[in-house]
Design a protein around this ligand. Sequence first.
Ligand SMILES: NC(=O)c1ccc[n+]([C@@H]2O[C@H](COP(=O)([O-])OP(=O)(O)OC[C@H]3O[C@@H](n4cnc5c(N)ncnc54)[C@H](OP(=O)(O)O)[C@@H]3O)[C@@H](O)[C@H]2O)c1
Length: 304
Amino acid sequence: MRILLTGTNGQVGAALQPLLAKHGTVIAPSRAEFDLSKPETLAERLDSLRPDLVINPAAYTAVDRAEDERELAFLVNAKAPEIVAEWAAQHRVPLVHFSTDYVFDGSGDKPWREDSSTNPLSVYGASKLAGDTAIQAAGGPHLIARTSWVYAAKGANFLRTIARLAGERKELRIVADQIGAPTTASAIADAIAGIVLPNASDLNALFVRSGGVVNLVCAGETSWHGFASAIVAGLKSRGAELAAETIVPIATADFPTKAKRPGNSRLDLSRLKDRFGLTTPAWQDALAVELDNFVSLRRTPANS
Ligand SMILES: NC(=O)c1ccc[n+]([C@@H]2O[C@H](COP(=O)([O-])OP(=O)(O)OC[C@H]3O[C@@H](n4cnc5c(N)ncnc54)[C@H](OP(=O)(O)O)[C@@H]3O)[C@@H](O)[C@H]2O)c1
């Protein structure tokens, strides 16, 4: 099987690449070779790459910057997925794509289901939702995995930001009224590989049967404050010498950002279990694994 995998320098793409490579030929073009900001070039690229499966974790993910770069965010997150999905539909090639909790407005306190009403608060969320809608409209076999709060030992993410700040400051002030599930890129990759690889010969039917969208996050919930506290405690228990002594919970209103973020980012995981037979690790267990990776990478800084 020829698998086209985008975004292999990103968190999810990097975690997926080795898992997929065990089972097929992974075509992993660089950004220059498969540039989602140039959607008009993509159909021709796909014609020449001839994948049997497309997995597209590449995205414009700079949530605050997107407020000033609306056009670029929509090109990469909406127009490019539309073109890829149209090509995939025409060729009956299954497409796996990734979406976000930021398609929801964060109201209430119930976990969002795959069919809950969307109402993004930010340009990033709107651009991702437009991508989801375009993929659905293209009508080909697809799976859109909705995830949240993604991090890994490498990359630009909350774990690494907190580790850095905790090394520098005695006190951290972290938002405590946004609730969601921190999710490791490797938990996402394991689940996608667990869906795609055993069903490779029948993916189109599986994707149609499954409804095309599935929530995919680690189990459990916390706030950014809870997540930061667990990171700092986990680093200290692994021998890190940190300046941070207190982590103060603050309100979103006390930490203004350019893009608005949802308060309730809980995602319901029943469909993942019922239609794919999969569960994900508790966010605390996934964090423990990732902290081990992070600490061992720090001991060999050339790798981080
Ligand atoms: N990060 C999160 O917290 C989060 C939360 C919810 C959903 N998601 C979704 O999950 C998916 C994976 O996210 P991630 O965290 O793995 O993202 P990431 O680490 O930010 O990586 C994004 C990847 O997209 C590539 N990319 C950006 N612009 C591109 C372009 N114009 N053409 C081709 N490639 C381009 C980047 O390439 P370069 O390496 O060249 O920059 C990078 O490899 C995305 O769909 C994202 O929207 C992420």
